[in-house]
Design a binder for this molecule. Structure first.
Ligand code: NDP
Length: 403
């Protein structure tokens, strides 16, 4: 039995809170707080309707450490689950440190004025969390999150080390809009317009955004173009598994998405520097995000499936030579919508956030300090994925990837 405080009533928060309410033996007291309290009320109504569970709601500005400390002191949660934006990671971690509260998030901190994901800001808090005797788990979504747990699980059960890893993220869904993003538009566009970076033989190799792609045949989705990108788990995986020679991240995008994004970039609408408009400073990307379809509204119109997983090559654990395995999950947008009223991108992030929080409050994942998911025991997490809507499969491939 535990009390959880979720911050952030967006697409991911919606799913995580519904899934927590479906596990009353683990989460018997659920609180949701966010900047716009009406969004919390809407989620609370849906949770009551679908599960019969009543959750409490609050409004909070998570950039305000003192206000967040006061909220935490009133609620006294066993864990704070940060499903707001990456910009709030540091203030929420600070509030957790000041109140002795365990912390979990799904995305690494990014300074608002600099589109560069980097774990250093959060890893720098390791000693403070360790000395306070509390645990922070970083990146417990799908990618990062499940993709790192897949790697750890493979390293524990199939290969004695990882020589190379390719993470492939395919969203084969169709929402019918000419252009929309499946999670927060501002964060999504910052991520895909940043230069691509991958790890090769002990150094980062950088290339211009969206210039390297491969056609890959995804199980239950079909062939899609996957683009080389930077993604934050490349930094943590190569840090924690230093034997990795090459680590790459690929994400699929359709031609319509690429065409729209190219135009928007060319005309300056994806910029993050403020511009003066009618006497007001506005950030072009934030304005663009405000006119794009809201990700939480895509669920009812999205069909198709996501397929996300890791292709890992390394020495077989039984000494039988080199082995290449592909571990992945396929998730159906319409099935997610039927279950919790969200599309699969929010679902595949919200479920692992719930699982990470469940393992923390039950003491299955424990420790003092700041951890990434690949540093923790993968087995209970993998078992819960199968039980809570994100079943996975493993295929042995003939050899390492050739692209
Ligand atoms: P949304 O934009 O849908 O939701 C974010 C929520 O956070 C909104 O309700 C927003 O409030 C709230 N919020 C923003 N700023 C503050 C603040 N200062 N104080 C309190 N609340 C605030 O985003 P998503 O649900 O799509 O994504 C949530 C997180 O999950 C993001 O960090 C994203 O990067 C991460 N993510 C991780 C993935 C993974 O696989 N690891 C995949 C997808 C997303 P308001 O409603 O007022 O705007």
């Amino acid at each position: 039995m535990s009390r959880v405080l979720v911050i952030g009533a967006g697409g991911v928060g919606h799913v995580a809170v519904h899934k927590m309410a479906m596990l009353p033996d683990v989460f018997d007291d659920i609180h949701l707080a966010s900047r716009t309290v009406s969004k919390c009320h809407a989620i609370a109504e849906s949770v009551l309707e679908r599960t019969g569970v009543t959750i409490s709601v609050d409004s909070i500005d998570a950039d305000d450490v003192a206000a967040t400390v006061a909220l935490i002191e009133r609620i006294e949660p066993d864990v704070l689950v940060n499903l707001a934006l990456p910009y709030q990671d540091l203030t929420l971690m600070e509030a957790c440190l000041q109140t002795g509260t365990p912390y979990l998030d799904t995305a690494n901190y990014e300074p608002p004025d600099e589109a560069r994901f980097e774990y250093s800001h959060q890893w720098n808090l390791h000693e403070r969390f360790r000395d306070a005797g509390i645990m922070a788990v970083l990146g417990s979504g799908f990618d990062p999150g499940v993709t790192s747990v897949f790697a750890t699980w493979a390293r524990k059960h199939l290969v004695s080390g990882i020589r190379q890893i390719d993470i492939l993220d395919c969203n084969g869904g169709d929402h019918g809009h000419p252009f929309a993003t499946n999670f927060n538009p501002e964060i999504n566009i910052r991520e895909v317009t940043a230069p691509a970076r991958h790890w090769e033989h002990g150094r980062w190799v950088e290339s211009p955004a969206m210039t390297t792609s491969v056609a890959f045949d995804f199980d239950q989705v079909g062939e899609r173009n996957a683009y080389l990108m930077y993604h934050e788990e490349l930094e943590s995986l190569t840090t924690h598994f230093p034997e990795i020679e090459r680590a790459r991240f690929w994400m699929t995008f359709g031609d319509a998405y690429i065409n729209h994004l190219t135009v928007l970039q060319n005309v300056g609408m994806t910029g993050i520097e403020p511009v003066l408009y009618n006497g007001h400073e506005i950030v072009p990307l934030q304005f663009l995000a405000s006119v794009l379809p809201a990700p939480e509204g895509l669920g009812e119109r999205t069909t198709g499936k996501t397929n996300i997983g890791d292709i890992i090559t390394g020495p077989a654990i039984d000494g039988s030579g080199e082995k290449t395995v592909y571990i992945y999950n396929v998730c159906d947008h319409e099935a997610c919508y039927a279950e919790v009223g969200s599309q699969a991108v929010s679902y595949t992030t919200g479920v692992p956030a719930m699982i990470g929080a469940a393992l923390m409050v039950q003491g299955v994942w424990s420790g003092s300090g700041v951890y990434n998911t690949e540093q923790l025991d993968p087995d209970p997490f993998m078992a819960m994925l199968n039980e809570h809507g994100l079943g996975w499969q493993v295929a042995e491939l003939d050899g390492p990837v050739t692209f």
